[in-house]
Ligand binder design. Sequence first.
Ligand SMILES: Nc1ncnc2c1ncn2[C@@H]1O[C@H](COP(=O)(O)OP(=O)(O)OP(=O)(O)O)[C@@H](O)[C@H]1O
Length: 478
Amino acid sequence: MTDTQKPQKNGKVPLVLFVDDNADFLEEIRFVLLSNSICEMVTLTDSSQVLAELDKGIYSAIFLDWIMPGVSGADLLPVIAQKYPTIPVIIMTGVNDIDTVVSCMKQGAMDYITKPLDSSRLISSINNAFKILELSNQNQQLQNYLLGDPLAQPDIFKDILTGSDKMLSIFKLVETIAPSRYPVLITGETGVGKELIARAIHKASGLQGSFTPLNVAGLDAHMFEDTLFGHKKGAFTGANELRQGLIAKAQGGTLFLDEIGDLAPESQIKLLRLLQENEYYRMGSDVLLKSDARIIVASNRDFKKLVAEGTFREDLYHRICYHKLHIPPLRERREDIMPLVNHYINMAAKAMGKRAPRIAAELRWLLEEYEYPGNVRELINKVGSAVVVNKTGLLVQSDFPDLAVRSRTMIDAGAKVANSQFSLHVVFPTFPSMGQIEKLMFEEALKVTGGKKGPAADLLGVCRQTVQKKLSELEKMN
Ligand SMILES: Nc1ncnc2c1ncn2[C@@H]1O[C@H](COP(=O)(O)OP(=O)(O)OP(=O)(O)O)[C@@H](O)[C@H]1O
């Protein structure tokens, strides 16, 4: 039964869809909302109409009963989350059961409310949904802005091969933040191109000084201080000459500190002081020196985790991430794979003075499906050694010995099965084989016909002999 009530649309008050097979509960909600002009509501008691209703594109949020006859909230949630990712979904459940709640959240629900109705909880949940919607709209606007205008200085990015919108929006951000003198934190997996982006920021900044890189991983506190700040002659045994340090070299330019997540604790204090005061001392000297270098840092580490573990200072983290850029891994911008492969094949062939080999069709598929844990650097290495060993002029799979591919489709399907996002999970805890389904169908048909093979065969649309044969097979298996 449908009891959709048409909203009095005034174009200003947001519209929320409430779905529950219990009409009395929907009336209770209506009563609460009448005294709060927070939103207008449409109610549905027939859950089969939900998707058609959402297709109208007029809703700001949906409240969904978790357990309903026919299509339940549990069935609808994954579909809505996928088809209408911007609409906040709030689950209404009669049980305050943590497993149900965790399952709702995992599948994309924004919030949940429990029955019986708590009016203040309902209102705060609606308010939160509207806030999230507003943020997501703002985010979309920003994204449109970032993707809308062409790059002001495309030449700056000519070394970074890409056709990905994600990378293009990073280029826009680079142009936006380049004139700022505040630190930039670039994150992303190893080999994604963090240093290339740091160099692009330097170029776009127009700073006249040099781009000075330093990988801080593995430097102990003494080495870090000496390399970065330099030392006075005679500061320690072996310090026979004055050392300027890289910070002096980066004067008027950019200092790029790579692998910053691995910085030793004592070195973190030294770097914090530099960032706070723009001042430093050379080792063994009490002359205070000023630095005007722009500082860019990069890491493949998870800073939230490092800060929580106490291995990275929180105050330093807040200093370095004034501007933040995250470079997506290559497997999240697969459109870049083949242009990079072709580019680096040409480069490797040119370096060896041989003709660039072609790529066999089945290899192209493997290259596009591979996960690239080492990202672009791994791609370059693999392509380079394949070009070296290849003698035929046609690159084939054996030229890429460790290109183990798990298809993306299988990975996605695995994740859905793990999260019970398949309708058969009500009966089968894991995704069933055809054999398991067939067995269940025969068993169920015999159950409902009281073990009578003729009617069971009619139900299944097969002949009696097939039922007989299946039964003996099943008996043998048992
Ligand atoms: N989009 C790209 N186009 C062309 N070359 C690229 C691209 N991205 C990365 N590379 C190349 O891949 C290699 C690795 O890039 P880069 O050193 O910038 O990565 P990284 O993220 O800083 O790595 P790490 O985390 O190990 O320091 C470099 O040789 C770089 O020139």
